[in-house]
Design a protein around this ligand. Sequence first.
Ligand code: MG
Length: 330
Amino acid sequence: MTKHSAFSAEDAAPAQPARRFTSYPPASCRTAAAQAATGSWLDAAARRAEHDDWMEKHPSALAEFEAVLGAAKGKQVVMFLDYDGTLSPIVKDPDSAVMTDEMREAVRGVAERFPTAIVSGRCRDKVFDFVRLAELYYAGSHGMDIKGPTAQSKHAKAKAEAVLCQPASEFLPVIDEVCRALTASTAAIPGATVENNKFCLSVHFRCVQEEKWRALEDLVRSVLKDYPDLLLTKGRKVLEIRPSIKWDKGNALQFLLEAQGFADSNNVFPIYIGDDRTDEDAFKVLRSMGQGIGILVSKIPKETSASYSLQEPSEVKEFLHKLVKSKQRD
Ligand SMILES: [Mg+2]
């Protein structure tokens, strides 16, 4: 049979009688639509169940505020606050991540009543420029650059202006060198920005097209292969590069408790609030201490060592207000 005859045979097949639809859409479409609707309903139900299950394990620190207070009763509360995504919303341009005046007042109120530290991946000076409260402790560069309050604070044990801890100071020249190399090599990827956080670096890709994320990570890794003493981790739309020394936000928390005179104290109740993977180190320290609580800021279920959750910075502000009010009740 020739191709032509095969074609002709198909062509010559008896014509099907025209289908008549008694209703629209046809039954087959209705079935597909119903299946799609059922599928998305099941997906939504599964997501809701997952969320409910997660909330049971990590309840809202606002809903459970009285339980938090009960656990802290008779103990010295010490506050630790991450900055980005905790006190300020995550924004496209990291230089625009300002905190609101209301949030600043909430933090000021807490700092008047409890020793309070900001623990951030940012350069310490930059996070200070955002927060602008001199009565706080600041731990920048993921805790690798810690300084005491520069203003009079009844909670400050250390001398004002004193830099308390810089465990990665020998890495300063290499961080600067890698910053220059990364800035040059990532210039070809629109939207990528390299932030020098003094003792560590951040490569932000919030403004990079998703199909370029892989290429950006490959570029960063290719620069870092010449620097085996630096470690790459991923956060929320950011690649973090830091010295591979064993020093993280958890160590910073322990260091600050010690600096404030609470080493080995059973009478202290640290509260750490953060939103990202690097905050997990601090949550783990609190778990292992068996003291205080970690609060993860997240709207979606995430693997975490935190005990409680808050959805977003506005809830963090409300939690801080409640804490201030509870102290006024005492
Ligand atoms: Mg954060």
